[in-house]
Write a protein that binds this ligand. Structure first.
Ligand SMILES: Cc1ncc(COP(=O)(O)O)c(C=O)c1O
Length: 355
């Protein structure tokens, strides 16, 4: 068989089709929103069905305009992607080669590393602080002349912690301007400290910062595959030619625009997740689990007060992410589900620990 290109060598072997888990009653592993798209968004999608024989508008013009109004930035600051996955992949494709290094906090979202490695880059892992936050000072120390991208996720996946805005601004000031700082904000809308408006300053102040946002989580549209990047137009234009056009579809575009305007659903998601998060953390803490304060729609939970085989037993009945997958064997990550799912989860956990 023809050999894969050099930078792929060894990367593909562990990859096979993942198991089908979407129909599982307690699939709480992918940090999806437990709420359905609102009627308002569904109606916009239904209207758009009439146009499916036509290609989408190639540059995402209408969606970039809608984003432009919300962020109060020129539409040229935005790049629409087939989920934020596509934009992560494009960043790696455009900026990395065999001579590059990328820096990631320990346990980071696997695709930041994988896309980097696919393009030949060496991945430098930087351990987290003892409180499971990204260690910005240590990242600064790890920057070499080969460093090309620093991948941050804020709030952090998997630990659900968030960086203080001021710390992040100070960090950006210290990073050399030829190193891209990619801040993946997939979960930021769930956070209590931050808002979209506060992120904007990063792209205004720093031409090397690119923010990544998605409609998959807070906006309930994971299936429609819409994500976007925000950065200064020069950086956006450097990436733009490498996408596969058109890289998003009509249903996704109208649904994203409608859900940006659907403030009732946004408030509903925010309070539903906050209330269910309180319920789950409270119950888990009462059962002697240690729960990291979460700024996202998932919890990172320590089993240090329980039997080491707890995680394996839970995995027999629930789909979630085992901490060993991220390098934290004493933890597990679980998505906040529906009210019913969360109660069922607690019932199962109680039965495992004989409570
Ligand atoms: C940190 C992070 N970034 C990006 C993504 C992918 O998002 P999208 O659905 O927009 O491709 C995920 C999905 O789980 C994620 O956790």
């Amino acid at each position: 068989m023809t050999k894969v290109k050099k930078s792929f060598a060894g990367q593909h072997q562990a990859q096979s089709y993942p198991q089908n888990r979407t129909s599982h009653k307690l699939a709480l592993d992918r940090n999806e929103n437990p709420l359905q798209p609102s009627k308002r968004v569904q109606e916009a999608i239904i209207q758009e069905l009439n146009n499916l024989s036509r290609y989408p508008e190639n540059s995402g013009f209408a969606l970039r305009n809608a984003l432009s109004k919300i962020w109060n930035l020129n539409p040229d600051f935005f790049l629409i992607g087939n989920g934020s996955f596509e934009i992560l992949s494009l960043l790696a494709l455009v900026f990395l080669d065999q001579d590059s290094e990328v820096i990631v906090p320990e346990g980071s979202f696997i695709w930041h590393k994988r896309f980097s490695q696919f393009n030949g880059a060496k991945v430098i892992n930087v351990p987290l602080n003892p409180n499971l936050q990204i260690n910005l000072a240590q990242i600064i120390k790890s920057i070499t002349t080969q460093a090309k991208i620093i991948w941050l996720t804020n709030p952090f996946n998997p630990t659900s912690t968030i960086l203080e805005k001021q710390d992040l601004l100070n960090f950006c000031r210290k990073v050399p301007s030829d190193v891209i700082i990619a801040i993946d904000e997939a979960y930021i809308e769930f956070a209590s400290l931050n808002s979209q408006a506060s992120s904007k300053q990063f792209v205004i102040d720093f031409p090397n910062v690119i923010l990544l946002r998605t409609f998959s989580k807070f906006y309930r549209l994971a299936s429609l595959r819409v994500g976007y990047a925000v950065a200064q137009p020069e950086l956006i234009q450097t990436i733009l030619p490498y996408r596969i056009p058109p890289n998003h579809n009509r249903l996704g575009a109208v649904a994203a625009i409608e859900s940006l305007q659907d403030e009732i659903s946004q408030k509903e998601t925010f309070s539903y997740i906050r209330n269910e998060k309180q319920y789950l953390s409270g119950e888990l803490e009462a059962l002697n689990f240690k729960v990291i304060d979460s700024e996202t729609n998932f919890l990172f939970v320590s089993i240090e007060n329980h039997s080491p085989d707890f995680i394996a037993k839970l995995a027999e009945q629930v789909v979630f992410k085992e901490g060993r997958f991220f390098g934290f064997p004493n933890y597990f990550r679980v998505t906040i589900g529906t009210t019913e799912q969360n109660r069922e989860l607690i019932r199962l956990i109680k039965s495992i620990i004989n409570y």
